[in-house]
Design a binder for this molecule. Structure first.
Ligand code: GLN
Length: 538
């Protein structure tokens, strides 16, 4: 008897139905009943990881403690479960094939013809069970990316089919997330696309055990009965997932629908009342803000919600902690200039300059940072945002007029941000940045030290360039302090200004570590500074 049980979440009818949120919500409900759960995402694309993908293609690239560049759904898993994920939690077709081909080159298949079945499917099954074999988890929830029927998802569905046989029906469960569209002309919810999608899954030999039905309107009993009849499931296994005003409502909605109960029953596990006290007190604070502030988010992918996912979620956590509604005003850095900066930023209570790569939009970021520094508007710079704050300071306070990052202008005479020594001989782009969690010591009596209430912190990174320490003394002598340093390498991780209400730039990504149960201290403090700013009589 395997001790770990496996739950698969597949998607049908349409993409973007929110498989990640359903998986995370179910995991939350199971975790809140005492089960140890983790979630894994299988992505059917050929890239080894999303690290080389443009945010326009794939949204944010989420980074784990152990330095995996992963799908943004892993961010949801961590935010919901408050448990870190790792390399093993995100597998792509690229990774699967790479590993099988490497084994073939080593002769590990002993002269056999290497085929999709069994070699690719075995590799997939092995990756799924890597987490189970750690012995740490009662349940693994595996989300299969894409939509059933996609050519590229077929080996994953086949692996699921085989696992049902290998481990037994009561140890492996298939949840199918589907869409019930509403036709306004007919004023009717339609089940046919779901019937087809369940059939498509069956063509691959997998009977869905549970249907989770995304809908804009209540689906009611009659539709549940119809779906049960046509799709070969019992009625209690037809779960409605109605549009929610926040993703954080979904665990409670799934609880009302009994998703956790039916899952546990089918897996022969006992169910209890989940303890969601902390979760619900977060929701209560989130829903009942006492004040409202406006924060500008300056970046170059602002038209895409997913590109700065973790930052937006971190503001939700920090807003709830402060009982403040944080309205995010997205501002495209490319269109900020000297003439319009006042009109764009004057009414804000805080400005966050986002991470990023490449030259596009950086002058706008620098212009914005000058404005908030001079006008004492709270400023938070993340990664590229921190680097731009150093450049702004060097240009305008140290008078190094062409100060820049060598990422943007290689030949600049004042490279205040420069390629890290460890990066200088790297040619390959994928997975070669300074990634994952690194230690950082905080300077005594600094704002960072006070905010974290700790001498040492661990934060996640994703960058190639760094603060150039040749300029450290000069920059500090004018008041921009390096308040966080990696003691082993000497890399500057945090900069801050003292004569300013809140001006902090971080080389790392605090947004990856903010969760509902552990809102990130820097975001909490920044929102608090925004609140104080909003109360000033300007
Ligand atoms: N492009 C910058 C670097 O590589 C910043 C990276 C980031 O913002 N994640 O150092």
């Amino acid at each position: 008897m395997p001790s770990t049980k496996y739950i698969f979440v597949t998607g049908g009818v349409s993409s973007s139905l929110g498989k990640g949120i359903i998986a995370a919500s179910l995991a939350k409900l199971l975790q809140s009943q005492g089960y140890s759960v983790t979630i894994q995402k299988l992505d059917p694309y050929i890239n080894i990881d999303p690290g080389t993908l443009n945010p326009y293609e794939h949204g944010e690239c989420y980074v784990t403690d152990d330095g995996a560049e992963t799908d943004l759904d892993l961010g949801h898993y961590e935010r919901f479960l408050n448990v870190p994920t790792s390399q093993a939690n995100n597998v792509t077709t690229g990774k699967i094939y790479k590993s099988v081909i490497e084994k073939e080159r080593k002769g590990e298949f002993l002269g056999k013809t290497v085929q999709v079945i069994p070699h690719i499917t075995d590799e997939i099954k092995e990756r799924i069970q890597t987490l189970g074999n750690t012995g740490e988890y009662d349940l693994i929830i595996t989300e299969i990316g894409g939509t059933v029927g996609d050519i590229e998802s077929l080996p994953y569905i086949e692996a699921l089919r085989q696992m049902k046989w290998d481990l037994g029906q009561s140890n492996v469960l298939a949840i199918h997330l589907t869409l019930i569209p509403y036709l306004s002309a007919a004023k009717e919810l339609k089940t046919k696309p779901t019937q087809h999608s369940v059939k498509t899954l069956m063509e691959s030999g997998v009977q869905a055990d549970i249907l989770v039905c995304r809908t804009e309107h209540e689906i009611g009993n009659a539709i549940k009965e119809k779906l049960a009849r046509f799709c070969n499931v019992d009625k209690e296994s037809v779960i409605q997932s109605i549009d929610a005003s926040t993703i954080y409502d979904v665990p409670n909605l799934m609880l009302e629908e009994g998703l956790d109960k039916v899952v546990l029953k089918k897996l022969n596990l006992k169910s209890d009342k989940p303890n969601l006290d902390v979760w619900n007190s977060f929701l209560k604070r989130y829903r009942n803000p006492k004040n409202k502030i406006k924060i500008g988010l300056i970046g170059k992918y602002v038209e895409l919600q997913d590109s700065y996912k973790s930052i937006l979620e971190s503001f939700i956590h920090a807003g709830a902690t402060n009982e403040v509604e944080v309205e995010i005003i997205s501002i495209h850095s490319e269109y900020i200039n000297k003439e319009n900066v006042h009109s764009k930023l004057a009414s804000l209570n805080g400005v966050l300059v986002a991470p990023g790569f490449g030259e596009r939009g950086i002058e706008g970021k620098i212009q914005a940072i000058e404005y908030v520094r001079v006008n004492k508007i709270p400023f938070f710079g993340i990664c590229l945002g921190m680097q731009m704050a150093v450049i702004e300071f060097a240009r305008n306070i140290l008078n190094l007029k062409d100060a820049n990052s060598t990422e943007m202008v290689e030949e600049t005479s004042s490279p205040v941000i420069d390629l890290m020594q460890s990066q200088k001989n790297i040619v390959n782009k994928g997975g070669t940045m300074r990634l994952g969690s690194w230690e950082c010591d905080l300077k005594k009596e600094s704002n960072a030290r006070e905010i974290y209430n700790s001498n040492t912190i661990h934060e996640r990174h994703r960058h190639r360039y760094e603060f150039n320490s040749d300029y450290l003394d000069k920059i500090e002598s004018k008041g921009l302090i390096a308040s966080g340093i990696n003691s082993k390498t000497g890399l500057v991780e945090i900069i801050e200004l003292n004569n300013h209400p809140w001006f902090i730039g971080v080389q790392f990504h605090p947004e990856y570590k903010s969760t509902v149960y552990n809102p990130h201290p820097l975001f909490v403090s920044f929102v608090k500074a925004g609140l104080e700013h909003s109360k000033l009589d300007l």
